[in-house]
Design a protein around this ligand. Structure first.
Ligand code: DQA
Length: 159
């Protein structure tokens, strides 16, 4: 089973950008922790960061037939991108969105979320720990998919 983690614009600046909002942790540190959890659970994990909307759409499309789960922080594109929303809907892979900050306690322009309606879940406002929660949630989703596949295979064998 494979999880792809997609990070949107300016998240490569974590640890530098607006530390009062996003904290001191760097993206590499967040990814190192996620990698550890993936290894402990026997799951493959891949990380991707881009500042470009089209590259994020391409990456989501590449997940089709490749990944079993997507964890995405679309960052500012969350509030604007119909293209990213449509890509998530198109591949139909269980997707969890993460926001480090609580976007609903921030500016008006962050209240609109184009991504959430096509995601299995949204994890918002827990700081970098949100990525760990997303991993836990995704592992649960993947184990449910695996159990359903096994049950289906067993039923087909009996028929
Ligand atoms: C963010 C929230 C967005 O509004 C913002 O544009 C980001 C980061 C978050 O993780 O809190 O870049 O997605």
């Amino acid at each position: 089973m494979k999880i792809v983690v997609i990070q949107g614009p300016n998240l490569n600046m974590l640890g530098v950008r607006e530390q009062q909002i996003y904290g001191p942790m760097k993206l590499e540190q967040i990814h190192a922790q996620m990698k550890e959890v993936a290894a402990q659970n026997g799951v493959e994990i891949e990380f991707f960061q881009s500042n470009l909307e089209g590259e994020i759409v391409d990456k989501i499309q590449e997940c089709y037939g490749e990944a079993h789960g997507i964890i995405i922080n679309a960052a500012a594109y969350t509030h604007t991108s119909i293209a990213i929303r449509d890509a998530i809907a198109a591949v139909s892979i269980p997707t969890i969105e993460v926001h480090i900050s609580n976007i609903y306690r921030r500016e008006d322009f962050r209240q609109k979320n184009m991504i959430a309606p096509v995601c299995a879940s949204s994890i918002i406002g827990f700081g970098p720990f949100g990525y760990h929660l997303a991993m836990m949630g995704m592992l649960q989703i993947l184990s449910e998919i695996k159990a359903a596949q096994e049950a289906q295979a067993a039923a087909q064998k009996q028929a």
